[in-house]
Design a protein around this ligand. Structure first.
Ligand code: IPE
Ligand code: IPE
Ligand code: MG
Length: 246
């Protein structure tokens, strides 16, 4: 499925090496079908599988998915517990296949807030996929970008107080090194589903020069075809980074 688009991507030039996605619209997908919201989240889980496979096929190296924000802790407890259960279920169901596909999973965010079962599942998937080299899959869970930046500031301040870092050595690279995303280049392409035109506290530092693509498709309906179309759209763009074209 989507082989025609994959062939176009091969001819289209550079593939975005790092794709980030705000997976939004599960609740509206359920509402449209008169289903409870957790069933929308369950349907969204299948879209994650699609996109992981599509990313590997297209040659994307890093896929960073926004699954649950720090602000999402303010949702009703029943929805939160359904999401935590789904996280555990997703990991239990997918961990072997992820490992076989060469995917390495990292979970970014404040994992101390996760329920013990979800936290154990997160640690298990990171451990069991640690040898993967084909795709880095970053799951942002209990993540907020401002909290991440404040944490980086705190870590740098600690280093200065301990005498390990000099004040004048704190530059952009030093900040970047303290972010959860330190091991990876900045996203080349950000996709947000469900049509909302905002970042919702996602990767505010890292998205400085990222290409943005907002699609009206609700996350559970997002398939590898849509990922491939987004990549083709990206390939038609000119990235200037503030410079002029030669
Ligand atoms: C995205 O879907 C998943 C999470 C934020 C956990 P939503 O649950 O936000 O779905 P909508 O935006 O209400 O449709
Ligand atoms: C952003 O979606 C967070 C995730 C997709 C995990 P939200 O649904 O929480 O964002 P807002 O509230 O519409 O900005
Ligand atoms: Mg939403």
């Amino acid at each position: 499925m989507g082989d025609d688009l994959l062939a176009q991507i091969r001819l289209g030039g550079a593939v975005p090496r790092h794709v980030a996605i705000i997976m939004d619209g599960n609740g509206r997908w359920a509402l449209d079908r008169h289903l409870p919201r957790p069933l929308g989240h369950r349907a969204g889980m299948n879209a994650v599988r699609e996109v992981v496979e599509g990313a590997i096929e297209a040659g994307v190296e890093v896929l960073t998915l926004f699954a649950f924000s720090e602000e999402n802790w303010q949702r009703p407890p029943t929805e939160i517990s359904a999401l935590m259960d789904l996280l555990e279920e997703y990991i239990a169901r997918e961990v072997d296949e992820l490992r076989e596909q060469g995917v390495r999973v990292h979970v970014l965010g404040d994992r101390t807030r996760l329920v013990p079962g979800a936290r154990a599942a997160v640690e298990r998937v990171e451990h069991d996929t640690r040898d993967g080299t084909r795709l880095s899959l970053n799951l942002c869970i209990s993540y907020s970008s401002r909290a991440e930046i404040a944490r980086a500031a705190r870590l740098l301040a600690e280093q200065v107080l301990a005498g390990a870092t000099k004040l004048e050595d704190i530059d952009e690279a030093a900040v970047q090194e303290q972010l959860y995303t330190a091991p990876w280049r900045d996203p080349d392409l950000l996709i947000r589903t469900s049509g909302e035109q905002r970042l919702s506290n996602f990767l505010l530092w890292q998205l400085a020069y990222t290409e943005l693509l907002i699609t009206p498709v609700l996350w559970p309906d997002f398939s590898r075809r849509q990922l491939f179309e987004a990549i083709l759209d990206y390939q038609r763009r000119e990235r200037r980074f503030g410079k002029v074209t030669a």
